[in-house]
Design a protein. Structure first.
Length: 170
């Protein structure tokens, strides 16, 4: 049952994020409620998954690297699958996102600029500065920055997680 809910949740989020560049609160809240209700390991695992996802994604939102809808979606996924499985989904999403970001930057002929921005981002983080303050292109709200619908990447990471669970790829 959890797998079906996960597929429905991330599919709807991906469609909304791709079409409207936002993930509606009602969808994330529904996922969160279902996560606590359906989590086979109980409310403790649901709470731990939600908190782990929030702890990882909230700083990315505060640094303007993504929208609040992405944070809420991942919190709902964490509540649904628990902390260990959420971390696998997070890793898969990061790998898919890195590959998609590289392809997207090349397609937009901005690969060198993107690599330079990554260096600026890392330098600012090491110096404990918010990267968007020194380089406006590192703010996802900036219309000049390269932006991808993260909900789609989360959906792909979740599908990779489920494919691995069902087919045992890894």
């Amino acid at each position: 049952m959890m797998q079906i809910v996960l597929i429905l949740l991330v599919s709807m989020a991906a469609i909304y994020d791709f079409r409207f560049r936002r993930i509606p609160n009602w969808l994330s809240l529904s996922g969160l409620i279902l996560g606590f209700g359906l989590n086979a390991h109980g409310t403790l695992a649901a709470g731990e998954g939600m908190l782990l996802a929030t702890a990882v994604y909230l700083p990315l939102y505060l640094l303007r690297g993504m929208g609040a809808g992405d944070v809420k979606l991942m919190a709902a996924i964490g509540a649904l699958v628990g902390p260990a499985n959420w971390f696998v989904i997070f890793a898969a999403t990061a790998l898919v996102g890195g590959a998609a970001g590289t392809i997207f930057a090349c397609f937009k002929k901005r690969f060198s600029e993107t690599c330079l921005n990554l260096c600026f981002l890392l330098k600012d983080l090491v110096q404990l500065r918010a990267p968007h303050r020194t380089n406006p292109q590192l703010d996802f709200r900036n219309s000049d920055s390269l932006r991808m619908p993260h909900g789609v990447l989360i959906a792909l990471g979740s599908v990779a997680f489920l494919a691995n669970a069902w087919l045992g790829f890894f």
